[in-house]
Design a protein around this ligand. Structure first.
Ligand code: PNS
Length: 171
């Protein structure tokens, strides 16, 4: 089985992410959307909330699973999960400049390749940070995020601060 991972904070997931992940699912047997935790970062949404928004978004699509990535190295996660490729979307040359050293490091650490997919032109301007800012200042972000995210941004769903279960490695 050819398994790929799309790692990220997904705080929150938006249509740029979704479009790239859906295309990745056409290239691999299984795509894991791995939701990361970095305790140096201040997230708008808890890990459970970020997982729930991504799970709801992909619930109707086969071949895409969503799970927490944990705090460790992505290369070790790939090894533990039997992942042969990391898939990243590129919006710009600065994305490439940021991603290239990580792709090289991950390949040297574990042999895992990184596959870059060019972002769709409709979504090149999107980032989770920009979406949160626009929404916080009263702008309409409904065109940029899935329904599950819009509901959380609008406060239609209560906060989820439960601890996240450990996911055992799969092969
Ligand atoms: O959405 P983000 O915050 O840009 O995602 C970043 C992520 C999770 C892809 C990156 O921080 C990562 O790979 N973290 C895992 C830690 C790691 O392996 N660091 C070394 C990278 S070479």
């Amino acid at each position: 089985m050819r398994r790929a991972v799309c790692p990220g904070s997904f705080d929150p997931i938006h249509k740029g992410h979704i479009e790239v992940i859906a295309r990745a699912a056409g290239l691999f047997d299984e795509v894991i959307v791995a939701v990361s935790t970095n305790y140096a970062k201040n997230y708008r949404f808890t890990l459970n909330e970020r997982l729930e928004m991504a799970k709801t978004t992909f619930s109707a699509l086969s071949g895409i699973v969503v799970e927490p990535m944990g705090e460790g190295l992505l290369s070790e996660y790939c090894h533990a999960r039997g992942v042969s490729a990391i898939v990243k979307g590129l919006r710009s040359s600065s994305d490439f400049d940021y991603e290239l050293p990580m792709a090289t490091m991950n390949r040297q650490l574990s042999g895992v390749e990184t596959v870059f997919l060019p972002g769709d032109s409709r979504y090149l301007h999107l980032s989770s940070t920009l979406i949160k800012e626009v929404h916080t200042l009263g702008g309409d972000v409904a065109d940029f995020v899935p329904r599950a995210v819009l509901r959380r941004l609008q406060g239609d769903v209560g906060p989820d601060t439960r601890p996240v279960p450990i996911v055992p490695p799969r092969r």
